[in-house]
Design a protein around this ligand. Structure first.
Ligand SMILES: Nc1ncnc2c1ncn2[C@@H]1O[C@H](COP(=O)(O)OP(=O)(O)O)[C@@H](O)[C@H]1O
Ligand SMILES: [Mg+2]
Length: 431
């Protein structure tokens, strides 16, 4: 099928469309402008002409099965499909949808079953990372069945874990092999913690790995067929010890010349990894930067909560790129990493009112304001994503300080962190 044959494009989305900021609306408008029909099939939140301009929308049940999704997409007579879904379960679901649609000759930009299945497994992912010369925290696979039934079958299994733990070194943590959003993470500070863990292990298989103190980063790659673009790296908070809730931290894509240069060879290896795995669409990675090394924690084969942060920094709309891939119009850029064109920042905000949103939109380059963040059914405070042109840092600080004085939205600590970021030596380089 060529680009001119694809007239009707279906999008699948599993979290509120609004969480993508202006980037899904921009996508819908761009598709409509080429005279194609776009329809978004979504399972969460609402949709209106503002969310999907020029296109149409259809709500699916939240627990829609792959077969139900395939039926609805075929009923609409789509020529091609793009997955804009996350988190992991939704990404995997769409991998199954892709496989099923292929039987009807309907192409879909989403990762296929093989890469999705492998990357859903944190131990398989580690092996793939090592094969590609990437760094990942040293660890071992814990077979939960062996550990629980050790007394009956392999009584020395717990001893093996004890010895490996000494070799890797404390502190350690365990993560469920198929876990996501921090599920199954147990922090193991020392031998006593390990003994407590061995005495009451959780169900299932786990990765036991070195807990690294450093800076958490996230990055997204988008592309297909050996051609990939790497969005600018985002730094999302400190690591070491018990993981905290990601969205309470200042998250930013900020100029850091030396750290960006150190990331370039990692980006090249990641592109090769994408080519070997046959990535079609997006991967998002969680990484810890520590002592000059980027340790990859995991690879999520789908868009993520950090997509908007990267897109705001580079100006390259991931969602639109996925459509270009579907249309056979995608060509990877020559740069190892897409250039960062501006600051992109995300931080928590409280007391979000309509008046605050209106004033913030006038004063700042707002990408998106989420009044209440809902993750796994739990409500958190608000979240603000904004960009800031190089050279406008002082103005940004002045505006956010003034907004806070009127609306009491940002914690003093967050204001101090913003100030520190904007006045860092790296920030001086872009003035
Ligand atoms: N080896 C590690 N050292 C320090 N912190 C870690 C480590 N592994 C995970 N974490 C923390 O736990 C969070 C979740 O781990 P991650 O591997 O990304 O799994 P998932 O997001 O699928 O639950 C990370 O964002 C990080 O804050
Ligand atoms: Mg993660």
């Amino acid at each position: 099928m060529t680009a001119s044959d694809i007239k009707r494009i279906a999008y699948i989305r599993s979290i509120p469309i609004s969480r993508a900021g202006p980037y899904i609306p921009q996508l819908a408008q761009a598709v409509a402008d080429t005279g194609r029909d776009a329809r978004i099939f979504y399972t969460d939140g609402d949709c209106s002409a503002e969310d999907f301009p020029g296109g149409t929308w259809e709500k699916l049940p939240e627990d829609a099965t792959p077969d139900q999704i395939v039926d609805r997409i075929r009923a609409w007579d789509a020529d091609g499909v793009v997955s804009l879904s996350f988190p992991d379960e939704a990404g995997l679901r769409d991998a199954v949808v892709k496989e099923k649609l292929a039987r009807y000759g309907i192409p879909m930009v989403s990762n296929g079953l093989e890469p999705s299945r492998l990357l859903a497994d944190k131990w398989e992912t580690k092996k793939i990372l090592v094969d590609h010369g990437l760094d990942t925290p040293q660890g071992m696979l814990i077979d939960g069945t062996l550990l629980k039934n050790g007394a009956a079958g392999v009584p020395v299994y717990a001893d093996i874990i004890r010895l490996k733990a000494e070799e890797i070194g404390y502190p350690l943590l365990t993560k469920a092999v198929w876990g996501s959003s921090g599920s199954g993470i147990r922090f193991i500070r020392d031998r006593a913690d390990l003994e407590a863990y061995l005495a009451s292990p959780d169900e299932g298989n786990f990765v036991l790995e070195r807990c690294i103190t450093g800076e958490l980063c996230t990055v997204e790659l988008v592309g297909a067929d050996g051609e990939y673009a790497v969005q600018p790296l985002c730094f999302t908070g400190p690591t070491g010890g018990e993981p905290t809730f990601a969205f309470w931290e200042l998250r930013s894509s900020a100029p850091r010349a030396a750290d960006d240069a150190a990331f370039a060879p990692v980006a090249e290896k990641l592109k090769k990894l994408c080519a070997t795995l046959g990535i079609s669409g997006v991967i998002n990675l969680d990484i810890i930067y520590s002592g000059g090394t980027y340790y990859v924690l995991e690879i999520n084969p789908r868009v993520s909560g950090a997509t908007a942060l990267g897109v705001a920094a580079s100006g390259c709309n991931t969602y639109l790129t996925m459509t270009d891939i579907l249309l056979g119009q995608w060509q990877a850029p020559a740069e190892p990493v897409l250039p960062r064109r501006r600051w992109s920042l995300e931080f928590p905000v409280n007391n979000v009112t309509a008046a605050f949103i209106q004033e913030a939109e006038q004063a700042l380059d707002i990408v998106q304001i989420t009044p209440t963040l809902v993750v796994d059914g739990r409500e958190y405070g608000g979240l603000l994503i904004a960009s800031c042109e190089y050279g406008s840092e002082a103005d940004f600080l002045q505006q956010i300080t003034a907004l806070d004085a009127t609306h009491d939205v940002v914690s003093p600590d967050m204001l101090a962190q913003l100030k520190e970021l904007f006045t860092s030596p790296a920030a001086q380089s872009v003035r």
